[in-house]
Design a protein around this ligand. Structure first.
Ligand SMILES: Cc1cc2nc3c(=O)[nH]c(=O)nc-3n(C[C@H](O)[C@H](O)[C@H](O)COP(=O)(O)O)c2cc1C
Length: 343
């Protein structure tokens, strides 16, 4: 049987009977496409606009102790991705709680959940940041553990070891009742073990993955292009890393996963869903194409499901089961081109 045709960018809007809704820790999303943290998540108006443009959930930019961030250049486009060292610039968790409350008032009538995001420099500080954010009324709390642990001799991220990742989860769990989404880093030998550790410590869901450390050097000057020298790689180049990470996390734990990394089309989203994701984060592609990308990917996804007579439940995790001999393989999505930026 020939492989199924990939979703086309000119696919007409499908029959609205296709159910795209998914659930993460008891929170209903109208569709599985989530605005990733750090992209457009700094203003209530931008987050509302992104929800109206078709996102199934909105993640705010990570907040924690007040930081001005790194100097420019802090973001650099390369072939196949972005390298950024924004440096977690944020107004502080107390101010963030006010922004989240205002945003939640705008999103609730739209039925689009709000995901708060926190970072910190120590385990105890994570607990304090969570306590400041909880009164905002956000639906889920994402805990970004890709930031450096200042108590570690080498400043390794909390996400790099099971004990520190679990300690952060437990500290946050002790402070708030909100369902926790632990956002993991891709640059670890076995992300499944980290996922297991945070789930055992109280995480209700996993977001995989954050950016991958990288560096670009200007060949003429011989100097790194980012003022911070190194940064985090995102976009197309990250996608196979994210697909593998989601596959490993799904094999290790049975909680919802927000698969994130390099998604700009429904074919990309289908890869992550097939690896085991319940929802799919989109960051860099929205940075490039604008919030209109959400409706485009959502409608492509619905059209593909309709065309193949499949549901999201049937697609989720199917990469983990191999077809038995003599049975035709289920249609696999074929990676294809990135859509034109939205007008
Ligand atoms: C400019 C920029 C800023 C980001 N800021 C954050 C952040 O504040 N917190 C966080 O958890 N992830 C942050 N990320 C990581 C994204 O949420 C996402 O995990 C990553 O970019 C991979 O997805 P993508 O390839 O769709 O961009 C940032 C990414 C970019 C490109």
């Amino acid at each position: 049987m020939p492989p199924a045709a990939p979703p086309r960018d000119d696919t007409p809007a499908p029959d609205r009977g296709v159910d795209l809704s998914v659930e993460i820790a008891g929170v209903r999303l109208p569709n599985p496409l989530v605005l990733a943290s750090g992209i457009l998540g700094t203003h209530a108006s931008l987050m509302e606009r992104t929800a109206r443009a078709g996102a199934g959930a909105i993640t705010a930019k990570s907040a924690g102790p007040v930081r001005t961030g790194h100097n420019n250049p802090s973001c650099f486009a390369i072939e196949g991705g972005l390298l950024n060292a924004i440096g977690l610039a944020n107004p502080g968790a107390a101010a963030e709680a006010e922004l989240l409350a205002e945003t939640q008032a705008r999103l609730r009538p739209l039925g689009v959940p709000l995901i708060a995001s926190i970072f910190a420099g120590t385990v105890e500080e994570f607990g304090r940041m969570a306590a400041l954010i909880a009164p905002s009324g956000a639906d889920l709390l994402e805990v970004n553990i890709s930031c450096p642990n200042v108590a570690d001799d080498y400043g390794e991220p909390f996400a790099a070891s099971c004990p520190t990742a679990a300690a952060v989860t437990a500290a946050v769990r002790a402070e708030v009742d909100m369902p926790l989404v632990l956002k993991l880093a891709p640059n670890v030998p076995n992300i499944g073990r980290i996922a297991q550790a945070v789930v055992d410590a109280g995480a209700a869901a996993i977001c995989a993955v954050n950016t991958m450390p990288g560096m670009v050097i200007d060949p003429t000057s011989g100097q790194p292009v980012l003022d911070n020298r190194s940064g985090g790689l995102s976009g197309d180049a990250l996608r196979p890393v994210a697909v593998h990470a989601v596959y490993q996390v799904r094999a290790a734990v049975d909680v919802p996963i927000i698969g994130t990394g390099g998604v700009s089309t429904a074919a990309h989203a289908l890869e992550l869903l097939s690896a085991g994701a319940t929802a799919v984060g989109i960051g860099s592609a929205v940075y490039a194409a604008g919030p209109g990308l959400f409706a485009q990917v959502r409608d492509q996804l619905a059209a593909w499901l309709l065309e193949h007579d499949l549901t999201l439940d049937a697609v989720r995790g199917r990469a983990h089961s191999r077809p038995t001999p003599n049975e035709p393989p289920t249609p696999a999505p074929v990676p294809h081109h990135v859509p034109e930026p939205a007008a």
